[in-house]
Design a protein around this ligand. Structure first.
Ligand SMILES: Nc1nc2c(ncn2[C@@H]2O[C@H](COP(=O)(O)OP(=O)(O)OP(=O)(O)O)[C@@H](O)[C@H]2O)c(=O)[nH]1
Ligand SMILES: [Mg+2]
Length: 373
């Protein structure tokens, strides 16, 4: 017997893929029996939810972009979610092309990961300035934690005020927490937990998922935009788990003299080339090992020990990682953060310093005024 022919189209509540019973490798596959359930889940979501196991799907970056760019035709409100831990990597400068002239609220998610000493006002200002610099027009900026429920209430109120009875699309780069955010709103209003599938793997959501707001309008989860500059695409699943902070980051402080080097696992390296002895305060997942060495030994160490003493990367990541490129920064008196996208940042306490960052070619480092008060 062939697959069940469906009277009405059914979509997976976990990922938004159209459910089908024919091709077990394609998105939305579910055994016929599960389609009779109230909230049917595809096999991929089932396995993700229960075994934390990801099945690759045959959808390209372009397929997702095409889907998302249909938002340009709508009259709606956009919530552009970014991951404040990877703000540069998760902001979408070309958002306008995807969503047309619809108004945008920018929400920086995952604030629960920041150390207590972070100045939220400074961070908000920085996000505003960064958005402007990237040519992104936003009406308002919020800092939230979808996981811990921080800032959700004021953002919801703003959404309600600004949507003027229209649909709301939550868009963003993959993995910023769009689905977790919507789950949080569902939990707050209905008490039901974890309706939509979320995971630390990029590319979890595969289609639009509509959550009704009232009889006519909906809150819509969307698949993530894929940004090939994100570290997440160049490391194994195991390493991704390790470099993704899970709890509030505990800053690690190193007093460095010039001509010393810090390795962040073997995924990035910071050379203190020139300048006065000063503190280098490191904000990375607490599990990511940091090694200090002399600059003159750094090349050899990197050459010989990446993947062993300097790990992550594990063997699988070593195959995925692009070659390293070097960027130099001259830092003045002001407290400055050197950002390693997708990994974290290092805050320099001030005083002249010349540093060189070595990191995977497509994952470009940058600097900003320090966020610590
Ligand atoms: N610490 C922390 N982690 C979060 C937060 N929100 C989401 N996450 C985690 O970020 C990862 C990605 O979350 P998702 O909700 O699946 O992200 P998404 O944007 O829907 O991802 P795609 O569907 O792949 O585009 C998961 O491991 C979440 O647990 C948050 O506020 N704080
Ligand atoms: Mg999602």
């Amino acid at each position: 017997m062939g697959g069940i022919s469906l009277q009405e189209e059914l979509y997976c509540v976990g990922c938004g893929a159209k459910l089908q019973t024919e091709d077990s490798k394609a998105p939305g596959y579910a055994p016929g029996s599960s389609l009779k359930k109230e909230n049917p889940l595809c096999k991929r979501c089932f396995r993700l939810k229960h075994y934390n196991e990801i099945q690759d799907v045959d959808l390209s970056d372009d397929d997702f972009l095409k889907m998302i760019s249909s938002i340009a035709e709508t009259d709606s409100l956009i919530v552009h979610l970014i991951d404040i831990f990877d703000a540069n990597g998760s902001m979408i400068p070309s958002l306008g092309r995807l969503i047309g002239n619809n108004p945008v609220i920018l929400a920086g998610n995952k604030v629960d990961l920041l150390p207590k000493s972070t100045n939220h006002n400074k961070l908000e200002h920085w996000l505003r300035a960064e958005a402007k610099q990237q040519g992104l027009k936003v009406q308002d900026v919020f800092l939230i934690s979808s996981k811990k429920g921080i800032g959700i209430e004021s953002l919801s109120e703003k959404i309600e005020e600004m949507r003027e009875g229209k649909d709301v699309y939550v868009v963003g780069t993959t993995n910023v927490g769009k689905s977790t955010f919507i789950n949080r709103l569902i939990t707050d209003s209905t008490g039901e937990d974890d309706i939509i599938t979320t995971s630390y793997f990029p590319g979890t959501t595969l289609g639009f998922i509509e959550i009704p707001l009232d009889d006519e309008t909906a809150l819509i989860d969307t698949p993530g935009v894929i940004n090939r500059q994100q570290m997440a695409h160049y490391v194994s699943q195991e390493d991704l788990k390790l470099i993704t902070p899970k709890k509030e980051i505990k800053p690690r402080v190193y007093q460095l003299n010039a001509e010393q080097t810090l390795f962040f696992g073997g995924l990035a390296r910071l050379d203190f080339v020139k300048g006065d002895r000063q503190s280098f305060v490191c904000y990375f997942a607490n599990e990511l090992p940091i090694h200090r060495t002399k600059l003159e030994k750094a090349d050899a160490l990197q050459e010989e020990h990446t993947g062993q003493l300097l790990s992550p990367p594990d063997a699988e990541s070593l195959e995925l990682l692009p070659p390293f490129a070097a960027s130099s920064f001259r830092i003045g008196d002001e407290r400055t953060d050197i950002i390693f996208p997708g990994l974290g940042w290092v805050s320099l306490t001030g005083g002249d310093a010349t540093v060189t960052v070595h990191s995977p070619k497509h994952v470009r480092p940058s600097i900003r005024k320090s966020l610590i008060s």
